[in-house]
Design a protein around this ligand. Structure first.
Ligand SMILES: Cc1cc2nc3c(=O)[nH]c(=O)nc-3n(C[C@H](O)[C@H](O)[C@H](O)COP(=O)(O)OP(=O)(O)OC[C@H]3O[C@@H](n4cnc5c(N)ncnc54)[C@H](O)[C@@H]3O)c2cc1C
Length: 419
């Protein structure tokens, strides 16, 4: 009987396993991939602040620094979101966290898909198609976006039909007509419905990808031809041998309940992505860490208090943490504490989801006007006079102006939580 079983070794499950193994617990992990991290489902952009908040060191999987993000409107003008980041080898990050967990004492099974989870009086019984694979007192469900185990433990998973499809190609720098800058570029345009195109510079490669509900491949191929003057067939293989990568992303906010007695849902499995950027590595790592705190409390090696380095103890604490009520009672049951603390995070608030929907519902004209107003400035530095001028010339926008200004608070969360 292990103390903890973790299903899934992406960044969320990897982080939970690492922190629990470091605390001296017996941990067993499973991933259906033959090697953790391969294949990749990611654009491979990560905010530097993710590592700070998750207290995880940068490694050689981080291959290039960028200064921040530019949100580019259809007319080419941009709004800045200057949180610095890295272009990463995503397979490298996942392997690094999971390997660290193994080094700290976790037992890992790769190439094993957990198909069934039951409970008896002692704990959880995990099975694969070949029969029982482990027993554990506590369970972490980190299976990613498509619900399987989540529903077996009686919780509601992501709605499959609401997942957002993404696709990415890689091109050699010399094959494209595109400037090499130290920024992540995001192209918002109703042409890419409910999503956007990203261009992430790497060393000698560009990652170019899309999330969209109206045909990811068509949108991405169009962008490659029109904006980078490159035929999609010119794309190159990744370091681990894939000519494209993609997958589904939760975009509608988190699942209603994050945990049940002795079982914790983390990362994409819990719908935890940033609905604006759709990035989920950072909040996945954080949720894994919070689950580890709750489990340590349950197993008698820790207390129910947030990690001291976590961001909500500092910048955002006043805004969300304390406003949402008194400190959580230290005698709460561990799984209830986890559920409540997840619901207090800035990145799980409904208004964050609502404001992201507003951003992706804007038409071309409004996007272009926003681009004109900001014209390269950071989102936090609104040029008021310019904005008033635009409103005088476009009075029909007045009713919307208030709503648009509120988006700034969501961009602040994105800036603080990065990717
Ligand atoms: C195209 C695309 C681009 C993206 N770009 C970015 C980006 O640039 N930055 C960013 O931060 N986020 C990005 N995301 C989102 C990000 O990839 C996810 O939010 C992140 O991977 C979530 O981590 P996780 O650990 O919860 O889940 P995952 O990384 O999906 O890990 C889940 C793991 O569980 C394993 N698994 C699943 N079921 C079982 C089972 N039954 N038994 C055993 N193992 C199982 C899977 O093999 C997988 O390894 C992108 C997503 C997509 C699809």
């Amino acid at each position: 009987m292990y103390d903890v079983a973790v299903v899934g070794q992406g960044p969320a499950g990897g982080m939970a396993a690492l922190r629990l193994a470091e605390a001296g617990h017996s941990v067993v992990t499973f991933d259906r991939k033959r090697r953790v991290g391969d294949p990749v489902h990611c654009g491979e952009g990560l905010g530097k602040i993710a590592l700070k908040n998750a207290d995880y060191p940068v490694g050689d999987w981080a291959i290039r620094s960028v200064e921040g993000n530019r949100i580019r409107m259809p007319n080419g003008k941009s709004v800045g979101l200057m949180s610095p980041g890295y272009s990463i080898h995503r397979w490298g990050l996942d392997q690094s966290i999971s390997d660290d967990a193994v080094e700290a004492g976790a037992t890992r099974h790769e190439g094993v898909r957990v198909t069934k989870v039951n409970r008896d009086k002692d704990g959880w019984i995990l099975s694969s198609k070949d029969g029982e694979v482990a027993k554990a007192k506590q369970l972490v469900v980190a299976e990613g976006r498509v619900p399987n185990i989540v529903t077996q433990i009686g919780l509601q998973g992501n709605e499959k039909l609401r997942l957002l499809p993404g696709l990415q190609y890689k091109f050699k720098r010399e094959d494209v007509d595109f400037p090499d800058t130290d920024y992540f570029d995001f192209y918002i345009n109703p042409r890419y419905a409910d999503g956007y195109i990203w261009v992430f510079p790497r060393n000698d490669i560009f990652n170019v990808g899309i999330v969209a509900t109206n045909g990811a491949k068509a949108g991405l191929d169009y962008f490659c031809r029109e904006h980078m003057s490159v035929e999609p067939d010119k794309r190159v293989e990744s370091e681990i041998g894939h000519r494209q990568n993609g997958g589904l992303i939760p975009r509608d906010g988190p699942i209603p309940i994050f945990s049940t007695k002795d079982a914790y849902v983390v990362g994409d499995a819990a719908g935890l992505t940033n609905p604006i950027t759709k990035g989920g590595v950072h909040v996945g790592m954080l949720s894994g860490q919070y689950a580890a705190i709750a489990i340590q409390n349950e197993l008698g090696t820790g207390k129910l208090s947030p990690p001291s380095h976590s961001v909500n103890c500092h910048e955002l604490r006043g805004q969300y943490w304390e406003k949402s009520g008194k400190a959580l009672h230290p005698d709460l049951e561990s799984h209830i504490w986890y559920d409540r603390i997840m619901k207090r995070q800035p990145w799980t608030q409904q208004k964050f989801v609502d404001q992201s929907k507003l951003i992706y519902s804007l038409d071309k004209r409004i996007l272009n006007l926003i681009g004109e107003i900001y014209d390269g400035n950071n989102y936090s530095k609104l040029p008021w006079f310019k904005m008033l001028g635009v409103l005088v010339r476009n009075p029909d926008l007045l009713p919307m102006a208030g709503k648009l200004l509120k988006i700034k608070s969501s961009l602040k969360v994105t800036e603080t939580y990065g990717w």
